[in-house]
Design a binder for this molecule. Structure first.
Ligand code: PLP
Length: 472
């Protein structure tokens, strides 16, 4: 039979909708959802036929299979789509898994802000209208040493707002070694174009000197921009300009200097075995007039773009209409305030901010947890999979510290009755879903990114995925 004839064997949308089992779905699912499911299933069958797969059976049996698939599709659509995932990838700030896990204090603050009214924009002392930024500004200036601070939706928004405010229609000078792309669609040249500022590239990919900036500075220059190359490293024959050098040039020519730090840490993690990242305090102290960084990278808070710097520039940004479009909501204000409060005592932040705790946990601690989990798992799986503990490396993720390899320990699983990709797929489909790393013939589960309170659920999910495979 040619594909065209096979396609004619497929029922029409209306016919599927009239089938009693499908019609019954309308008692609990909106018609739009059911129709969408029917279209989706029929499309899948059509694609499969066009790819050369002949459907088996008569027309009636094809229709009844389609009806069954529609029921499953509708059930799937009615389940929440945003689901909990146990992150056993070892990538701490996994952007696809939501970056930073919030500290307990931040979770409570979100709950408070979500479950009632708050003084988000009310000054309780005077009873007058207030600003949602005051809750954060004093903390941010106190922690970073900057004169003023504000917060927007994310760091991409912070960079856009700063460029649009300080350099719209004028020139911004950036080193060619710093024209970064930060995943997704954040590329410095594109953000620059969007802001209305004109990009002036100087130097070369690997070497840029102060004289390169001097040659480019002219009457149209509005800003000298330094971008932290968060997600890659130039090594070898390299000369990059420092923020301090840029600041002294800025002073000489009376130009503001902005530093986009990206990952923006408030604690120096190099004392804890991680590579040195310039901290926000260091960058402010070096004299940068505007510093931007993310709330959900090394800070370990909610998604936000934080801007600190000289009061005159922050005031100009507040008045930019873009600020309203990039405004943070109350849940973000609540979570960020609670997270920043932990940093008032850096030891507290290290102990309570999950991202920092995960990044700095010693290998021995992870290895102990892995050994204990592996022992229990061996008992529970009764030989249906080979369970071992292996040395591995975790990563920071979120486009931060790309070269950092953090020694860690993982539980590895080689199922006997199914392929490792089948196991991984089962784990992704579970509730909660589990994400590990596929490595040749085994699934690697790095416990560094698994919260201790998630271990029980992780073991249950593994047992279900491995033994479930035996039964079917
Ligand atoms: C991550 C990053 C951004 C984008 O920040 P988001 O919070 O993801 O919007 C911008 N600039 C640099 C240098 C970054 O590392």
């Amino acid at each position: 039979m040619v594909a065209r004839e096979m396609l004619r064997q497929l029922p029409a949308v209306d016919e599927v909708l009239r089938a009693p089992e499908v019609a019954a779905l309308l008692d609990f699912a909106p018609r739009g959802i059911v129709v969408q499911a029917v279209r989706e299933v029929l499309d899948r069958w059509r694609r499969s036929i066009m790819e050369g797969n002949a459907p088996e059976g008569r027309r009636e049996s094809i229709t009844s299979r389609i009806v069954k698939e529609v029921r499953e599709e509708v059930k799937r659509s009615l389940r929440p789509r945003l689901r909990r995932v146990i992150n056993a990838t070892g990538v701490v700030l996994h952007t696809n898994l939501g970056r930073a896990v919030l500290a307990g204090e931040a979770q409570e603050a979100v709950h408070m802000a979500a479950s009632g009214y708050s003084n988000l924009e009310l000054d309780l002392a005077s009873g007058k209208r207030g600003s949602r930024y005051v809750h954060l500004e004093e903390l941010l200036t106190g922690l970073t040493g900057a004169e003023a601070a504000m917060v927007v939706n994310n760091n991409a928004g912070a960079v856009l707002l700063a460029l649009s405010t300080l350099a719209r229609g004028r020139e911004v000078i950036v080193s060619r070694g710093q024209l970064v792309e930060i995943g997704g669609s954040f590329r410095i040249p594109d953000v620059m174009a969007q802001s209305g500022a004109i990009l002036v590239e100087v130097g070369t990919t690997n070497k840029t000197y102060p004289q390169d900036y001097r040659r480019a500075i002219g009457p149209q220059t509005a800003l000298l921009l330094h971008v932290h190359t968060s997600n890659y490293r130039l090594v070898g024959f390299v000369r990059e300009i420092t923020v301090a050098e840029l600041v002294s040039l800025g002073r000489e020519y009376n130009l503001p200097v902005m530093s986009d730090l990206g990952s923006g840490s408030l604690v120096d993690l190099s004392a804890l075995g991680l590579p040195h990242e310039p901290t926000v305090q260091e960058t402010v102290a070096a004299g940068a007039d505007v510093v931007t960084f993310s709330g959900d990278k090394l800070l370990g808070g909610p998604q936000a773009g934080i801007i600190v710097g000289r009061r005159q520039y922050i005031e100009m940004m507040r008045k930019n209409p873009l600020t309203r479009a990039l405004r943070v909501d109350k849940l973000t204000v609540a979570a960020l305030e609670a997270t920043l409060r932990l940093y008032l005592e850096p030891q507290k932040a290290l102990a309570k901010v999950p991202a920092l705790r995960m990044l700095t946990a010693p290998r021995s601690e992870i290895a102990e947890r892995a050994e204990a989990a592996a022992r229990r798992l061996r008992g529970m799986l009764a030989g249906k999979a080979l369970v071992e503990v292996e040395a591995t490396f975790s990563q920071v993720g979120g486009g931060a510290m790309p070269t950092a390899e953090i020694p860690s320990a993982a539980v590895t699983i080689r199922p006997r009755a199914m392929s490792v990709s089948e196991l991984a797929q089962r784990l992704r489909g579970g509730e909660p879903a589990v994400m590990g790393r596929l490595q040749e013939d085994r699934l690697v589960l790095d416990l560094r990114t698994v919260l201790p309170e998630e271990e029980e659920d992780l073991l249950k999910a593994l047992v279900k995925a491995v033994l479930g495979g035996e039964e079917s």
